[in-house]
Design a binder for this molecule. Sequence first.
Ligand code: PAF
Length: 284
Amino acid sequence: MSVPIVRTVRELRAEVSAWRRQGFRVGVVPTMGALHEGHLSLVRTALGRADRVIVTLFVNPKQFNNAADLAAYPRTEEADAGKLAPLGAHMLYAPDVAEMYPDGFSTTVSVSGVSEGLCGAFRPGHFDGMATVVTKLFLQTGSDLAFFGEKDLQQLHVVRRLARDLDIPIEIVACPTVREEDGLALSSRNVRLSTEHRLIAPRLAKILFATAGRLTEGASIDETLLEARNAILEAGYQQVEYLELRANEDLAPLSKLDRPGRLLVAAWLGGVRLIDNVPVAPAR
Ligand code: PAF
């Protein structure tokens, strides 16, 4: 059993039109490959909601603000296709850069507000590049549903906003973060951690969950976030880019925990940038 690989917009549209003629609901799971259990859980959810599921694989140069990071990004198409086949995904759409961005390509989708701050403050251009390719993937595939992980929470909010603002008729389905047994959020970057750093990495999630609990119990937000930041550094992380409490609904900054929140973090460990977030219940 193998998953059909499609490389061009023309082939993709022909296949999707045939599915539509049969009345199928189409779902898309956008990825940059290097598939792990987190991606596979998105695909399983998609297969439960749609009749036909397209997984996209495109390492999008426009969303990397660092050329070395782009060059080092794992490219494992054969292995990825091998993981998708047994799940029953219906298509792997893997265009090359010239197909996605033909000569003369000059349009950028830029979502203001929700893409500013958090990762947006540290990765200039990242969300513009991401929003541009995701918009193209939505329009190319014409999907009814799209599946995104909550681990990249700001990305999820940016995607929801662009679909709403551009009247793209697609439902954005948020899927929970998948974690290793020790709590580390699954990420394609985890394989770049040394053995020593892999042991340190899960402390980040532990600190986040403990901090969320303290905030719900009514601890001071500023003091608790400062203590958590120090705890992350003491745990062995080299740098905390941000650690912020935001509103769950729209990622607006929260100075009072009077509605459901999210604690979001980005931190560096041994040259690897890890992000994570956990829900925070309103203060009791
Ligand atoms: O989350 C990702 O892997 C990427 O940002 C996405 C959504 C596939 C767009 O390139």
